[in-house]
Design a binder for this molecule. Sequence first.
Ligand SMILES: Cc1ncc(C[n+]2csc(CCOP(=O)(O)OP(=O)(O)O)c2C)c(N)n1
Ligand SMILES: [Mg+2]
Length: 589
Amino acid sequence: MSRAEPVERTSQMTSGADIVVQSLVNHGVDTIFAYPGGASIPLHQALTRYRDKIRVILPRHEQGCGFGAQGYARSTGKIGVCMATSGPGATNLVTTITDAKLDGIPILAITGQVGTAVIGKDAFQETPIVEVCRSVTKHHYLVTDVNDLARVLREAFHVATTGRKGPVLIDLPKDVQLSQTVPDYDVAMDLPGYRVDHLRAWPEQIAQVAAAIGRAKQPVIYAGGGVIASEAGDELTQLAHKLRIPVTTTMTGLGAFPGDDELSLDMLGMHGSVYANYAVSEADLLLALGVRFDDRVTGKVEEFARRGKIVHIDIDASEINKIKAAHIPVISDIKYALSQLLRVAKPAEDLGQWHRKIAAWKKEDPLGYDHDSPNILAQHAIHTLWEITKDRDPIISTGVGQHQMWTAQFYKFRRPRRWLSSCGLATMGFGLPSAIGAKAAHPDRLVVDIDGDGSLLMNLQEMATSYCEKLPVKVMLLNNMHLGMVVQWEDRFNAGNRAHTYLGPIDDPEAVGEGDGIGPEHRYPDFVAIAKGFHWQGRRVWDKNELEEAVREMVDSPGSFLLDVQVPYQEHVLPMIPAGMTVRDLIRE
Ligand SMILES: Cc1ncc(C[n+]2csc(CCOP(=O)(O)OP(=O)(O)O)c2C)c(N)n1
Ligand SMILES: [Mg+2]
């Protein structure tokens, strides 16, 4: 990989910890999210010697480290770096590493480990973290010899940031951090089984795809996170415009194509738009770009896009034909493939009828909600935030649940890397720490976490990080006092039987679904008081007429701000294709 700075040469004996930090500097790392402990003290001590080059952010939980690094990585395209001590520190990172693996986010996780002499002996705070993480990392190392360190760091950066990106773990025993050697930062890598230099479509494949496009009468582009990972948003937009092909994106792909473009079909899948799901179902050509045919997208796989010829372009060979057989499989970097297609592909002759069909679907079944509701609906709050902030190019993160799906539906992302959400793993608690990580990378940008009450509670301690590290973010909390998405499934598939989805006291009738709505007096916890305890500003809003002004106050405030928006829990995310079903089973109300 290219290096940001000339490599510092040294003939000096250098400690393992210093080799790690100098390697981070050599690879252009300027920020790291790290929580210390006994087994990582040498690393932290070394970091203090590089204060002018690397900012160390101290989250208040190791999930804050991992998701902070992800927010940094997702919003910049650069690698995110996080660090924790051995044992509980390391295991607290596991969810964030798994999360990065599923969404293909480049992360370097460094963990302290007990000394090599006691490994395998159930030493104090010992966890075999490489074993724990074996199947949730792209690659992993337990380094037992300080002489391997410079090479391992080079390899780790290379593996995390090339091909299909992902998390790499380096586990570092304390004695290796302390022992010394003369490092060679230019040492050759030793990765015989890892080949990423030929991931480019052949001219014949491009010609084949172009020919299929020329013949298509009802083509659709289905674009995913791979488009964003390869920085191919511009090429995708140009290609769609040139060829007049409508574009639907996956949840990870939001922002790869402008959500308010007339060719946008919005998101597809379980909670995608009716018109996106119809279009894919009727397509005679599906251009699947950087996607993995996730079950939340396909529903019943045999029925998905069954009328269409499938072109599948992906950098990861293991994705091709994994779920759905491709008629034209292309293993390639998406940016390269799209730029080649842009040169040769010509629009099909007459797509007018197809566009008219789609326009009719859009008119008949727009993404909508009840504008006349006396309550503030979550959808309305998100739409209001979009109206107020769309020209400020903000970065938006979310938790997981209904509020996340509504954000995907109603916030129209125009550019890549503005949407930060845990898509594959769907980890509650992602929103606040990832927003903080994005703010660290973009101090001048507006960063808003649109969160749910359940999700926010999972990493609420990060409010302290935001305040103390001077990384002011906004939280627009869509507070329904429920685990809303699970409530929705209870309503739809379990006759509304409430099973531990109410977030207030258990003696409240709402806990068993027998309440008659949640009034102001029942609200728990008091998020505004909590925010103030962390020295945030906070405001609660009930009244629909106050919403717009309250959102403006939030986004215009200079510091961290929590806006507690009281929303009903009775709303369902629609449309919905139930798991494993087809577009014919689509629920509209
Ligand atoms: C860590 C974790 N635990 C459990 C779940 C299962 N789950 C998915 S959505 C959801 C409810 C989320 O509630 P909230 O954050 O309040 O969002 P809402 O749906 O109410 O908008 C739950 C429990 C999950 N995705 N992640
Ligand atoms: Mg909720």
